[in-house]
Ligand binder design. Structure first.
Ligand SMILES: *Cc1c(COP(=O)(O)O)cnc(C)c1O
Length: 371
């Protein structure tokens, strides 16, 4: 069959494509007759000399397939790393020794803990500020090197005016880092809003099946963006927190269905938020109106809320989020979660199950509070 003309071009068709199409079509091999349709899983530590790839701590074709797909989604270029925290560490490496970092007091626990530890060790100065208070942010940014943002925030689900903070930061020469794990690039593209570095725990929505730990960093394609990307790639290469090809391949397989997973999970979350607002044992519902993370506060004590999480039979009582299965967790069960997080706050990662089944299970667990 070799040498036969084939009916379609060997290079991926050019953009523009809608995000849902990019998720499916990018990160694939050229359309050579007889070649595999998916991306190759390349398991090698090294490559024959004189080629484009030299050693697998520096680059890998499986990484590139994932990076091409995620980069196109975020409107920039992506680098895959071993975990969300490896992405956090890489972004933090951009701060000069003794530099000033502005961050929210309540954010992803790992990020906050790392920033505090590094501040305590004298590696940086940390300025904590409410990211929804633009005046306070403006004051804190003066003389800073880097600002860290999440939106929606974890686990309070507050929405930050990313465009305004990015504009302010850019005018002061402050590097903006946005953790886009909760929103995903389908709901928010921080690079378009002026962010310098976007990071992901690809462990969550991008992979989507709670079977992979992986992270990624995205930068813009302009000259400053490329300079940042080079520094981040250098960090990955020399500090060595690289992604496994198997994990990367699994994440690429997972990301193909992100659009349908997120649409379904978001529809479920919207309906559950509405019903939870009317439940007699729920005192507050936090749902930003997009993506599929929500949080509720319940009547009674923290121990009572803990029992709700334990009483569910379908919802999975576990940490983490963004999987196809719905997950529930009381965040203050961790001593490191700050006091701004209410004792009874239950974080819900809504999955793609049938919404009536999810509601029955959750409502029954909440009803135990009244008994
Ligand atoms: C989970 C998470 C991280 C850390 O990612 P890992 O893959 O667990 O290292 C960072 N940010 C947010 C918002 C997360 O949810």
């Amino acid at each position: 069959m070799t040498g036969m003309p084939h009916p379609y071009p060997s290079t991926p068709a050019p953009p523009p494509y809608a995000a849902a199409t990019r998720l499916v079509a990018l990160g694939r091999e050229p359309r050579t007759p007889g070649a595999q349709v998916g991306a190759p899983l390349v398991l090698t530590s090294t490559f024959h000399a004189n080629g484009a790839d030299v050693y697998a701590r520096e680059d890998n074709p499986t990484w590139r397939a994932f990076e091409d797909t995620l980069g196109a989604l975020e409107g920039g270029e992506a680098l895959v790393v071993s975990s969300g925290m490896a992405a956090v560490t890489a972004a933090l490496s951009l701060v000069p020794p003794g530099g000033v970092v502005v961050a929210a007091p309540v954010a992803y626990m790992g990020t906050t803990s790392l920033l505090r530890e590094q501040a305590d060790a004298g590696r940086l100065t940390l300025r904590l500020v409410d990211p929804t208070d633009l005046d306070a942010v403006a004051t804190a940014l003066s003389g800073a090197d880097q600002v860290w943002l999440e939106s929606p925030t974890n686990p309070l689900l507050e929405v930050v005016d990313l465009a305004s903070v990015c504009r302010l930061a850019a005018s002061l020469g402050v590097v903006t880092v946005v953790d886009n794990t909760f929103a995903t690039p389908l709901r928010q593209r921080p690079l378009d809003l002026g962010a310098d570095v976007v990071l992901h725990s690809a462990t969550k929505y991008l992979s989507g099946h709670s079977d992979v730990v992986l992270g990624a960093l995205c930068t813009r394609t302009d000259a400053p963006g490329q300079a940042l990307r080079e520094r981040l790639a250098h960090h990955r290469h020399l500090l060595g927190a690289i992604a496994g090809p198997v994990e990367t391949w699994l994440a690429l397989r997972g990301i193909r269905t992100l659009a349908v997973r997120l649409d379904r999970a978001e529809a479920n979350a919207t309906e559950l938020a509405r019903r939870l607002a009317g439940h007699p044992q729920v005192t507050r519902v936090r749902y930003p109106g997009f993506s599929a993370m929500l949080a509720i506060e319940t009547r009674g004590s923290g121990a009572d809320a803990e029992r709700v999480a334990e009483a569910t039979r379908l919802w999975v009582h576990a940490t983490s989020l963004g999987g196809v299965e719905s997950q529930i967790e009381r965040r203050r069960r961790y001593a490191t979660e700050p006091e701004e997080v209410p004792e009874t706050l239950l974080r819900l990662s809504v999955g793609i199950e049938d919404v009536e089944d999810l509601w029955r299970d959750l409502a029954a667990a909440l009803d135990t509070l009244g008994q």
